[in-house]
Ligand binder design. Structure first.
Ligand code: ADP
Ligand code: MG
Length: 297
């Protein structure tokens, strides 16, 4: 798989604050990456460095396997790292045409991208009449005019109402499905869980996890079990090699697994020992629970 961006041992220090602390990340073509972390964890700083608007303290980053200078590589990158800003009294179409003129892109792209973000029917409206969600979608259209390899978004749904949030998230998925690699920063877990295939969790500039979103969620999971005789159930469970630990939760047992065990298999094993379950549910931790586990100190 082609590498779009490789960051190696990146550091950024602002006087006392170690904003980015030894971050190494590889962004591969075709995936949707989320940098996830609470406010102040170094997400925007990291994006700023790779976009050449913030100076790094040390470490390296390399675009497209180093085949281009950073200056040329950034021509193949679409990024929105600030609030969308266009000429308020110009129409959506004219604003995008101006971007085309500056970047030497054919005007036909304006209509293609307005259509993509659902603003073609509003092409003649002045920018100042747009809602924040529409402004954000126009900014995405603008960033896509030159068909970049990768789209970078910093907190793309901040400040939007639920409908606006939904539209942006759906749009990101459409853009990803067309083959554009995406890197977004977000402090919202459910955003990353809904939109991204891969996640980099950072806190205080330090990477806590990176890998697939599924991988972060996929522990072997746990069972919730109930039975008339919990003591008997517990001693039977203690004999099973698949089980990591058992916790009591009121009249339930929470049974954490260290290796795979199907609910049917467990039920059969227990039934053979004359234990009848009155409640059997297999669960997995959500990304949120995993995240809280990772970031608690
Ligand atoms: P995030 O985007 O995850 O919210 P930032 O990258 O904006 O985090 O900030 C990371 C840390 O660096 C924070 O502690 C922030 O206060 C600090 N920081 C960011 N920009 C500057 C700056 N220009 N000068 C001093 N400190 C900064
Ligand atoms: Mg930020």
């Amino acid at each position: 798989m082609e590498t779009i961006l490789k960051i190696t041992n990146l550091h950024k220090k602002y006087r006392k604050v170690h904003a980015v602390n030894n971050v190494s990340v590889e962004i591969k073509k075709g995936n949707v990456y989320g940098i996830l972390g609470p406010n102040g964890s170094g997400k925007s700083t990291t994006l700023g460095i790779v976009l050449n608007v913030v100076n790094k303290t040390s470490g390296e980053f390399e675009w497209f396997d180093g085949t281009y200078s950073t200056h040329d590589a950034l021509k193949k990158v679409g990024a929105i790292i600030e609030r969308p800003n266009f000429y308020p009294y110009m129409t959506a179409e004219d604003n995008l045409k101006l971007v085309c003129k500056i970047k030497n892109i054919p005007y036909t792209k304006v209509f293609e991208k307005l259509e993509l973000v659902g603003l073609l029917d509003r092409k003649d409206s002045k920018f100042k009449t747009f809602s924040l969600g529409m402004k954000q979608r126009l900014a995405i259209a603008s960033a896509l005019l030159n068909d970049p390899e990768i789209l970078i978004l910093d907190e793309p749904t901040n400040g939007l109402d639920p409908q606006g949030i939904r539209q942006i998230r759906d749009l990101i998925k459409v853009i990803a499905n067309q083959g554009t690699t995406i890197l977004l920063a977000s402090h919202l877990l459910d955003e990353v869980e809904k939109v991204c295939s891969h996640v980099i969790v950072i806190r205080n500039g330090v990477t806590l996890y990176q890998g697939t979103v599924d991988g972060m969620v996929a522990s072997e999971g746990f069972f919730e079990l109930e039975s008339e005789n919990l003591a008997q159930l517990e001693s039977a469970l203690q004999q099973l090699p698949q089980i990591e630990k058992i916790e009591k939760d009121e009249n339930k047992l929470l049974v954490y697994l260290k290796s795979h065990l199907e609910p049917g298999e467990l039920n059969t094993l227990l039934f053979k020992q004359n234990i009848t379950l009155t409640h059997l549910v297999k669960r997995k931790n959500s990304l949120e629970e995993q995240f809280l586990e990772l970031t608690k100190h």
